[in-house]
Write a protein that binds this ligand. Structure first.
Ligand code: SF4
Length: 336
């Protein structure tokens, strides 16, 4: 479905500018943006990603990954094709690097997404898998209705969005997982096609607006596995008020344009975790790796294990108030 895009600027000579993400595409008539979602049609910017999801499923919350947000619950998860980055390692490239289907696949209006969540008794909905900020209008309209019904709203994003639209989204957003892809800006541009600086700004906006936030960082050999760079990232997070923000280091497996790159050695994963803890980050998790405690949530004060995770099987001993029963430390998160 096509709708008028928000955050656009009409220009002389039928050009249209998009102000949604830091690419700030300037488009001639008929041209689409880097995301393939927003198109200049007769001098007006149109989004072709509205109410035409290519993927709908029910996931465990831990798959987002969100570990301090309603752990052990299910979340209705949707995506439309499109992304404003070009990550060489993208595991969902078949949808992220595709054009939203303009043929009528089926239509799922925002109110119907919420009806479906209610029908399946899902307490939350997520836009995920591709890059949801590029189908901003659909996400925003769906989240508005979700809020009025008490359903929680989640975005899994690369955080590559301008401040103003992100602020608007924050009015209706409960939680986000932001993928901080690489803390070396030159490498980040080569790996993803975008700078990391706007992503750091987005983290600050989400922090300041009180959105529940967790951070993902994929450790790719030769790209994002340098321990000194990981140290700088963790120090930046600590210095900028993210010491209690859960960080998920994820193990890379060969994929897409990095099919010839080796998997991340397990040793590197543990080194990253130890470095993050040493830098003062309190909640550090390892993903895509099966070890007995890499996904457990422990109290950072007394060490009591509060949530045990074995894959997506979750056993929680944390109360709805998030208080550690052993030492009364308040564990940040949304627990009920
Ligand atoms: S959202 Fe799409 S069209 Fe808009 S600036 Fe970003 S890549 Fe370009």
């Amino acid at each position: 479905m096509e709708i008028t895009a928000k955050y656009q600027q009409t220009k002389a000579g039928g050009r249209a500018g998009c102000l949604l993400c830091p690419h700030k595409c300037q488009l001639d008539d008929g041209q689409s943006g880097i995301c393939r979602v927003r198109i200049n049609m007769d001098g007006e910017l149109i989004s072709i990603a509205y109410a035409n999801p290519c993927s709908i499923s029910v996931d465990p919350m831990e798959k987002k990954p969100l570990y301090h947000f309603l752990p052990g619950t299910d979340i209705l998860s949707l995506a439309i094709e499109g992304c404003n980055l070009r990550c060489l390692n993208c595991q969902n490239w078949t949808i992220s690097q595709n054009i939203p289907d303009r043929e009528e696949r089926y239509t799922l209006m925002p109110e119907e997404v919420i009806e479906e969540a209610i029908r399946i008794k899902s307490k939350s909905i997520a836009f995920t898998y591709s890059e949801p900020t590029v189908y901003f209008e659909y996400m925003l309209d769906t989240f508005r209705i979700a809020r009025s019904t008490g359903i929680h709203t989640v975005m899994v994003s690369n955080g590559f969005i301008e401040r103003e639209p992100l602020l608007e989204l924050c009015n209706w957003l409960d939680a986000a997982n932001i993928d901080l892809k690489c803390f070396d800006d030159a490498l980040c541009k080569k790996l993803t096609g975008g700078s990391m600086k706007p992503v750091l700004k987005s983290l600050g906006v989400l922090r300041d607006r009180g959105i529940w936030l967790e951070i993902a960082n994929l450790i790719i050999p030769g790209w994002s596995d340098d321990l000194q760079t990981i140290k700088r990232m963790c120090e930046w997070l600590f210095d900028n008020g993210f010491s209690s923000t859960p960080i998920h280091f994820s193990r890379f497996f060969p994929n897409y344009k990095l099919a010839d790159t080796a998997s991340t050695p397990e040793k590197t994963m543990y080194e990253a975790k130890n470095m993050a803890l040493k830098c003062g980050l309190k909640y550090v998790y390892l993903g895509n790796i099966h070890t007995p405690d890499s996904g457990n949530t422990s109290c950072p004060v007394c060490g009591t294990c509060l949530i045990r995770r074995d894959g997506y099987i979750v056993r929680s001993d944390i109360g709805s108030n998030g208080i550690c029963p052993s030492c009364n430390e308040k564990i940040p998160g949304v627990w009920k």
